[in-house]
Design a protein. Structure first.
Ligand code: ADP
Length: 247
């Protein structure tokens, strides 16, 4: 048996590859997140131009703006896939636990979504706790959880919706809730929506862009933090998602 074939050597090489893979995944995740934020900002500017919010365009200008919007939408879909795929099985095992300021993170995420919210006339209210709420967690993964819930709340509500986010520091846990007054989820779909690639029919009608991976990934991340996720909903009346993570 040569040195390169010993179990110790193979274990070391295996560990090295696993670490390299985790670093690449993190890089993809951060880049995709930044890309999505910029693409979303572009999307609502293009939408406002297209809708004539800055003055009517001539047919040629409108035609080109529509093409830019289509292409932007495709890119957002692609980046969403990248984000979701990157958080499936393997990479979920790699946890980088640090102290996360959740109040600040939610504020930043609301800012990221302010363009889309403005365009739809959506009001996002964050009922902030009086003191800073911190959690020992994997920052990038927790960001994906809250981001997915806010994104869905906006996506699956009509115009002029009201979204309420709460953050509560309980004795042993931190609880985050995201409430919307949107399309809701039917009882028959309740057990399925955390499944891989599952999208309800009314969701497909409301928003054609979606992978059905967001909640699957979200639940995996929450469970990796030994927490739980659940929701209360009524069709056409809105949904509230709750996430509870032990401190
Ligand atoms: P996607 O949004 O890409 O379809 P998700 O995994 O995030 O995928 O959500 C899965 C499905 O759960 C959605 O397609 C939709 O049917 C339902 N859903 C998620 N969030 C909401 C919500 N806030 N209101 C209504 N339906 C929702």
């Amino acid at each position: 048996m040569t040195d390169a074939e010993t179990p110790e050597f193979l274990a070391q090489e295996n560990e090295k590859l696993r670490r390299q893979n985790a670093i690449k995944s993190d890089l993809i995740s951060i880049s995709a997140h930044q890309l999505r934020t910029s693409l979303s900002a572009m999307k609502w500017i293009l939408k406002m131009l297209y809708d004539g919010d800055f003055g009517e365009m001539n047919p040629e200008q409108k035609n080109f703006t529509e093409k830019a919007l289509d292409s932007n939408n495709r890119m957002i879909g692609f980046v969403n896939e990248m984000l979701s795929m990157n958080h499936t099985d393997d990479t979920l095992d790699e946890m980088k636990i640090i102290e996360v300021d959740l109040t600040k993170m939610i504020d930043e995420l609301i800012f990221d979504f302010s363009g889309e919210a403005y365009k739809k006339g959506t009001q996002i209210i964050f009922l902030k706790p009086e003191t800073k709420v911190e959690l020992q967690a994997d920052k990038e993964k927790i960001r994906v959880v809250i981001q997915n819930l806010i994104e869905n709340a906006i996506k699956y509500s009509g115009n002029h919706a009201k979204i309420i986010i709460t953050l509560t520091d309980k004795d042993h846990d931190i609880e985050i809730s995201v409430h919307d007054n949107g399309i809701g989820i039917m009882d028959t779909d309740k057990d399925k929506i955390f499944g891989k690639f599952y999208r309800t029919d009314n969701a497909k009608k409301q928003d054609s862009v979606g992978s059905g991976l967001g909640l699957f990934v979200t639940r995996r991340i929450v469970e990796k933090h030994h927490g739980r996720i659940w929701f209360e909903s009524k069709k056409d009346d809105g949904t509230t998602f709750f996430v509870e993570i032990p401190k």
